[in-house]
Design a protein around this ligand. Sequence first.
Ligand code: NAP
Ligand code: MG
Length: 403
Amino acid sequence: MAEKIQMKTPLVEMDGDEMTRVIWQWIKDILITPYVDLKSEYYDLGLVHRNETDDKVTFESAEAALKYGVAVKCATITPNAARMPEYNLKEMWKSPNGTIRAIMDGTVFRAPILVKGITPYIPTWTKPITIARHAYGDVYKNVEMQVPAGGKAELVYTDADGNVTKETIHEFKGDGIIQGLHNRDESISSFARACFNYALDTHQDIWFATKDTISKKYDHRFKDIFAEIFENEYKEKFEAAGIEYFYTLIDDAVARVIRSEGGYIWACKNYDGDVMSDMVATAYGSLAMMTSVLVSPDGKYEYEAAHGTVQRHYYKYLKGEETSTNSVATIFAWTGALRKRGELDELPELMAFADKLEKATVETIEDGIMTGDLYLLSKLENKKKVNTKEFLEAVNEKLASLM
Ligand code: NAP
Ligand code: MG
């Protein structure tokens, strides 16, 4: 075999849980280390080790991602009540994704992986739609109350000098509910820059939409910040790259997205991004065919799959039963990270390897070899369902022929 591809800077490797942890190791053994002299700084974010380190390992891994600039993350368990006895946890540790997102102050970009034989439910969507979700504030950091009849709700702001501004929200004749939301100019600005940078990076148009006709201060602020940053920092770069920034009302955006052929980034406020990314993922076929990358405003990247640890398959695996778990999104997390590392370190061979591994993965499915989830969706006539490891081995056969 030819010499292995060399790396310069290590990738920050964040291992995870359950079925995806099993797949993680297989991807490395079967598809990566035979070809690449893998340099990685390894962090075990598996729940057992998070618990042992009082979750310090999660914080350390995020700091390492900021230091080195590129990380690849396996899906991890976010503990709930059921996980407390299962893993004998000291605490119900927070979601690692939330922790990493907060430290990297990042925006999450999610894009589907398209393959022939699997038609999106919206047949005009022939190119991927990438959703960029603002990951701070609004309803996710809300304060809410359920209130009895007869009172008055007010919005009160006390400034640094103690001056008070007040607005009546509602005078309640009957029982009701109230909710307080906020966002920060700084966070919205980071979001805008992450979106514009990613558009330049991936050479795609970017759309942004809010409900600024109804929310004349709150949503309007998002619109203004985007417009100002675009005008001052990105307009010329976009013109040079031949791409566009397009703002519209959220209602109009939804209608246009449905009629579109894809091939752009759709920047969404936090709630819109949460809901629309599920809609878009489903319409393209499967969460297991969705890539996800967290990008910090100063250009640090963390690549992952959009799905979870596939717990149900893991329990089958533990019982020695056959599984047919889709590894595509996790493979693409690796290729995304390796390609970005290659780009930053000027290693064209590493970038070419990432391209070849993606090509081998897509062609394997297009040749009819696929896991059970895709087998149900694929319209290919010669399709064949394989188990988790057989799929990786089939991809490797193709990859070897491309190398
Ligand atoms: P999940 O792991 O995404 O799986 C939900 C179901 O979707 C699976 O049972 C399976 O359906 C299908 N599925 C998802 N990924 C698949 C794949 N790669 N191949 C084939 N089928 C796939 O979500 P979950 O069961 O709600 O969560 C399990 C754990 O993952 C939880 O502890 C949660 O905290 C964690 N989680 C982590 C992340 C992350 O780290 N990014 C994200 C979400 C959830 P069938 O069973 O019908 O085959
Ligand atoms: Mg959601």
